[in-house]
Design a protein around this ligand. Structure first.
Ligand code: ARG
Length: 407
């Protein structure tokens, strides 16, 4: 039985109540660890620490992980154009492994023998927390108070009141929100009905305010964005900078029914203007800079990478091996991408690269053409030779052969 537990603390109702519940029901000492992954929020580090202590934590730590999160967790996702089921840029899935890294580090520092999270039993996040912990620290126990306690939201509010746990419960907080610098996930409330249109008030990063179209140029070096309109910035600053612009046109929303790892289909609403704009720009630059076979093979691996990360396999050999492939592929993904934003839109309208494989002389139909047209005739004849032979000997007798072939 664990004696000291490091709890992933958000400052919200569930994890505040979890601090006390772990003390009362499991007889442990609780160290609260809040990780800043760019979720914004109104609580200062001081407020978070005070609230955790008021709930009973013996220690409360707030760590700023934004830079590391962007560099080591978001960057590989961007290089891999990672979109789960073709649409979801893995917002929550990416933040869990970095949080686990800090949970494990804190467990070592404070001599804890367990970590804890505030996830329910129905979601993917429990999977990510627990599998990542087992990869990094198999000796640590993992406690999941929210999965165990069986309290409703009202019960939790009552529990907080009984133990004088300070909470901020607004009447409107019917949604379960998870946010970080890569985007925002919204669940619960009315949107649990997949037929219902998400009310405007669920959105925060994509509130339409801009009306005049604008353009921005994103510069990439070796697969990662390094500047916007010539202003260099680090990734954890660049993502919100691009997202702020694209989002102000009301662009960057995703509304989908998604397959969770635990077998449930769930209606998910996301907003990720920065992620979607950058993935779009990055994909486009790859169109210009990646050799055909490399591009096609990468395209096949991308959904696998996204699935692995969605499924909690951040720390796994296959994910690591795909990372190595993706890294190698990015050597020449350098150049500029022009994005044009307008109400409801963000589109790539131009791209250029000093190491691009686009050759105007080869592509053009005008007089500067350098392509050898004679080469094409022989190439196409040989390309079709096998099919021609097959058609003349076998297509005739194929049961489903069409009329012209039989004639
Ligand atoms: N369905 C998404 C995922 O599994 C979002 C999860 C959001 N988490 C939350 N606590 N609201 O990655």
């Amino acid at each position: 039985m664990a004696k000291r537990v490091v709890l992933a603390y958000s400052g919200g109702l569930d994890t505040s109540v979890a601090v006390r519940w772990l003390i009362e029901e499991r007889g442990v000492e609780v160290i609260a660890l809040a990780a800043d992954v760019g979720q914004g929020g109104t609580d200062s580090p001081d407020t978070l620490r005070q609230r955790a202590r008021a709930a009973g934590a013996v220690e409360a730590v707030v760590v700023d992980c934004k830079e590391e999160y962007a560099r080591d967790f978001v960057a590989p996702a961007l290089k891999a154009n990672a979109l789960y089921e073709g649409r979801y840029p893995l917002v929550s899935s990416l933040s869990r492994p970095v949080i686990v890294k800090y949970l494990v580090a804190a467990a070592r520092e404070f001599g804890a023998d367990a970590v804890a999270h505030g996830c329910t039993g129905k979601g993917n996040d429990q999977v990510r927390f627990e599998v990542a912990t087992r990869a990094l620290a198999p000796d640590l126990e993992v406690l999941a108070p929210v999965r165990e306690w069986g309290m409703t939201r009202e019960d939790s509010v009552g529990y907080a009141a009984r133990f004088d746990i300070p909470i901020r419960v607004s009447r409107t907080s019917i949604y379960s929100i998870d946010e970080n610098l890569w985007g925002r996930a919204i669940e619960c409330g009315i949107i649990e009905d997949p037929w219902e249109q998400p009310p405007e008030d669920v959105f925060a990063m994509t509130v339409p305010t801009a009306t005049e179209p604008t353009e921005l140029v994103v510069t990439f070096e070796a697969g990662l964005p390094v500047a916007v309109d010539g202003v260099r910035m680090s990734l954890h600053e660049l993502i919100p900078a691009v997202g702020g612009i694209a989002g102000s046109y009301g662009w960057g929303r995703i509304d989908m029914v998604e397959n969770r790892r635990v077998g449930i289909k769930s209606r998910e609403v996301y907003e990720a203007p920065g992620a979607l704009a950058l993935i779009q720009a990055h994909q486009d630059l790859e169109g210009l800079t990646l050799e055909r076979d490399l591009a096609h093979e990468k395209f096949r691996l991308e959904p696998r990478w996204a699935e692995l990360v969605y499924d909690g396999m951040w720390f796994s050999p296959l994910k690591q091996a795909i990372d190595a492939f993706v890294d190698e592929s990015q050597t020449y993904v350098s150049g500029d991408v022009r994005l044009r934003c307008a109400p409801g839109q963000c589109t790539v309208v131009g791209r250029r690269s000093d190491v691009g494989l686009y050759d105007h002389g080869l592509a053009t139909y005008d007089s500067s053409d350098t392509f050898n047209h004679q080469d094409a005739a022989g190439f196409v004849r040989l390309w079709g030779l096998g099919v021609q032979t097959w058609a003349s000997r076998q297509l005739r007798s194929a049961p489903a052969g069409d009329d012209t072939a039989q004639g």
